[in-house]
Design a protein. Structure first.
Length: 315
């Protein structure tokens, strides 16, 4: 009885091993890359990009080639163009020509690699399946941030106040541009126009401010909310005008003065996709300011600390 049990157990183990060895292994090492006569486009660069996309399906350089391997051949013609041919284990080959002059510098290896992968995917089920698996595993892109570092434009209504004695205060508009740099950084700039004034016993003092702002800072992105905190500077021109009141005996005058200073800016975006509401807050201090004088006293000052708030749309 024990002998029969041992024989049966041995037979089951042998069958299990046979089934395991007979089961198909995951496809690997079935794409041969053959690059020749391309000194302008190094093979290691092309191989690296293809390897990122299809992983271990790509045969190592110098490895033995299976009989059913797919092949991607790349040939160059005098640095002007590259000829690609993808050949599967069965079926007709696919040819394509790419102008290298359209892809200067490091862009050429990537262009050839991606074109070759596209050609292989049309012929090889293994390559096609690998690409589909990789795309399915990729995390979804955020809907709040501009996709792929796209430049976004915003338009806002703003209120600017210089908070010192007799400081300028007025309303205006701002047009801004921004671009994410990587996952954490944001570069932004804007053009702003503000107007305001005061009335005193001697007459009216008005000011128009035009300025450019430039900022660099950290950027945080969520599913429906994004925010940034940035350091930068603002510089512009102030047009100061005095209009004397009738019978005051004062003389009106106009002047154009520069102003600038460092600033810190916080910004939030609410919404989905490229369109969203923008809320902004900016604080700064003039390194150089401007003043409107009447009777030897300051009546309107574009100097000292400032605070600006804005609300608008980004698109």
């Amino acid at each position: 009885m024990q002998r029969a049990f041992r024989i049966g157990a041995f037979a089951l183990a042998t069958a299990a091993c046979a089934i395991a060895f007979a089961a198909p292994l995951p496809a690997r090492g079935r794409v041969l890359l053959d690059v020749a006569a391309c000194p302008e486009v190094p093979e290691p660069a092309i191989r690296r990009i293809i390897g990122i996309e299809i992983g271990d399906l790509l045969l190592e350089a110098g490895a033995a080639t299976p009989a059913d391997a797919d092949r991607l051949s790349v040939r160059c013609a005098g640095g002007e163009a590259a000829w690609l041919q993808a050949r599967g284990a069965a079926g007709d080959p696919v040819d394509r020509t790419i102008r290298l002059t359209d892809f200067p510098g490091d862009a050429a290896p990537r262009a050839l690699a991606l074109a070759g992968i596209e050609m292989l995917a049309a012929l090889s089920p293994a390559v096609r399946e690998r690409l589909q698996t990789r795309q399915a595993a990729a995390p979804p892109a955020s809907e709040t941030a501009p996709a792929g570092g796209r430049i976004a434009v915003s338009a806002s209504a703003v209120r600017r106040d210089f908070i010192g004695a007799n400081g300028f205060g007025g309303w205006g508009g701002r047009v801004g541009v921004e671009r994410p740099v990587g996952a954490r950084w944001l570069a932004s700039g804007d053009l702003e126009l503000d107007g305001g004034g005061v009335t005193i016993a001697l007459g009216d003092a008005t000011a128009w401010l035009v300025s450019l702002g430039g900022f660099w800072g950290v950027n945080a992105i969520g599913a429906h909310v994004a925010g940034s905190l940035s350091l930068g500077a603002r510089a512009g021109l102030a047009r100061l005008d005095g209009m004397p009141a009738g019978g005051s005996g004062a003389v009106g005058a106009s002047a154009l003065r520069p102003w600038w200073g460092p600033a810190i800016a916080a910004r939030g975006v609410l919404g989905r996709g490229a369109l969203g509401a923008v809320l902004s807050l900016e604080a700064g201090f003039t390194a150089r300011g401007a003043e409107a004088l009447a009777g030897g006293a300051t009546v309107l000052a574009v100097k000292g600390a400032w605070l600006t708030g804005g609300v608008g749309l980004r698109f």
